[in-house]
Write a protein that binds this ligand. Structure first.
Ligand code: ZN
Length: 258
């Protein structure tokens, strides 16, 4: 399905800003185990309900001059920054998709959800179900227009089951939790979105990225090598790379190995 490029860019930039707005809620409330829907957006200081036109991504914050309409307490600049980041990443997805609508939706999901994955996993070592189980549901739904529902189901089973088994065995050997269940669900989602092979490539790229960043970082900061590692951000970052380049990587691997 081909759609004029500029329309896709604008559409997904706006969609990205809206997702950014939702991620603000998710990033604040999920680690605190608060409901995502109730209560609606309110000022944390005076509990004043934020009017719908003040809740418009980026613009709302600008109109208010970064202050609560009621008590004038300043509202963190983090909120419009996350929304702006969502907008930029949405735009980037549309540019990378090169006019292919389904590819654009898939890239959008893989890239924009990096915001909460990074924000929450690095700080709390948690991945929200909204993103992981959401990814499985998203992948299965979109598979009807991409890899097909059967490939999607196989992807969920192979990736989710495989990583679960791997982490279960490692946990038994190490006698401690080797990997969070969030990572298992996240990879299952990638299996649902792009099939088992490409999701498997993301796992490899993710593990390499994690090693390349974590080992030097821990050596430099003298942090304990055995302390738990947030794997979600690396796995998440690997997914769009694998989605875009995974088939080329597979071709290279088959060429050199077979
Ligand atoms: Zn207020």
């Amino acid at each position: 399905m081909d759609i004029p490029a500029i329309f896709l860019w604008a559409l997904f930039a706006v969609l990205g800003a809206c997702f950014g707005s939702f991620f603000n809620v998710l990033i604040y409330r999920m680690p605190r185990e608060l409901s995502l829907v109730k209560p609606g957006s309110h000022c944390p200081n005076c509990k004043h309900k934020i009017a719908i036109w003040h809740n418009v991504p980026i613009l709302g914050w600008l109109i208010l001059g970064g202050r609560c309409a009621n008590c004038k307490e300043s509202i963190s600049i983090k909120y419009p920054i996350v929304e702006f980041l969502g907008m930029m990443l949405g735009f980037l997805s549309a540019v990378l998709a090169d006019g292919d609508f389904i590819k654009c939706i898939i890239l959008f999901w893989l890239i924009v959800t990096l915001i909460p994955i990074f924000a929450i996993d690095f700080k709390y070592l948690l991945l929200p179900d909204t993103i992981t189980i959401g990814g499985i549901a998203f992948g299965f739904t979109v598979s009807f227009w991409s890899i097909g529902w059967l490939n999607s189901l196989i992807g969920i089973a192979v990736c989710g089951g495989g990583l679960f088994l791997f982490s279960f065995i490692c946990s038994k050997i190490l006698k401690k939790e080797a990997m969070g269940f969030g990572d298992v669900k996240l990879l299952a989602g990638f299996g649902a979105i792009m099939g088992a092979e490409l999701a498997g490539i993301s796992l490899i790229i993710g593990a390499l990225l994690a090693l390349a960043v974590t080992v030097p970082y821990r050596l430099l900061t003298k942090k304990d090598m055995k302390s738990p590692l947030p794997f979600g951000p690396f796995l998440g970052l690997a997914a769009p790379i694998s989605y875009l380049l995974g088939n080329d990587i597979l071709d290279l691997l088959y060429f050199y190995l077979l």
